[in-house]
Design a protein around this ligand. Structure first.
Ligand SMILES: [Mg+2]
Length: 209
């Protein structure tokens, strides 16, 4: 069984890990972040912790949320698990490295959710359009239930339109798209995250929550 391996798998393809012991009153908004390509440089199905490196400017974003008492929640699609490129053990090592790199910059993550389902998977992980896989909002909704979040006021940062769509479908109103363009997606305003001015806007939004 997955649980016997010591990993926080609530089902074969869903990792839900509470990191650290910071507690939050109900009704807080969260800062949701995609992982690969948003927090760390995307090396393509990363499975080697030694290759992980942070993207410039992301640690201060997370630290600003920490200072404001905003829970920081990582929501990451990991179809490499379903595809058999690597296992949850490699995911665990890579993710621990990312969390440690952030910690070195005083940026703390409070929860990590990872979805290992994909239609091209095998066995129990072969699920097309799983509700937990972005652009579906399942991981955000699950974090919302577990932390008692105010999703409407929560923010999401990602590098793919699927990240923004997941935010929109979870009821968020603001998202930042790495190297993207501004747009409106249903009730979600998408802002670009391309330069220092964009980063400043995101920091201001976090400090204003
Ligand atoms: Mg990404």
């Amino acid at each position: 069984m997955a649980e016997s391996e010591g990993f926080p798998l609530v089902e074969p393809g869903l990792w839900v890990e509470r990191v650290g012991d910071r507690s939050f009153p109900a009704g807080r908004p969260a800062l949701f972040l995609d992982r690969d390509g948003t927090i760390n440089l995307d090396t393509g199905y990363p499975d080697d912790p030694a290759q992980m490196a942070l993207r410039d400017g992301i640690a201060p974003v997370i630290a600003a949320a920490n200072q404001r008492g905003i829970p920081v929640v990582v929501v990451t699609n990991q179809s490499g698990i379903a595809r058999g490129y690597f296992g949850w053990d490699a995911f665990a090592r890579v993710n621990e490295r990312v969390v440690d790199l952030l910690g070195e910059k005083n940026a703390l993550v409070d929860m990590v959710l990872a979805c290992g389902y994909h239609e091209k998977g095998t066995g129990a992980l072969a699920v097309a359009d799983h509700p937990m896989r972005k652009p579906n909002p399942g991981m955000l909704l699950e974090a919302g239930r577990r932390l008692g979040l105010d999703l409407k006021r929560s923010l999401i940062v990602g590098d793919k339109p699927a990240d923004m769509e997941a935010g929109q479908r979870a009821g968020l109103e603001r998202g930042w798209l790495v190297e993207g363009k501004g747009s409106t997606m249903g009730g979600l305003s998408v802002l670009p995250l391309r330069d220092a001015a964009d980063l400043g806007g995101l920091l201001t939004a976090i400090r204003s929550l």
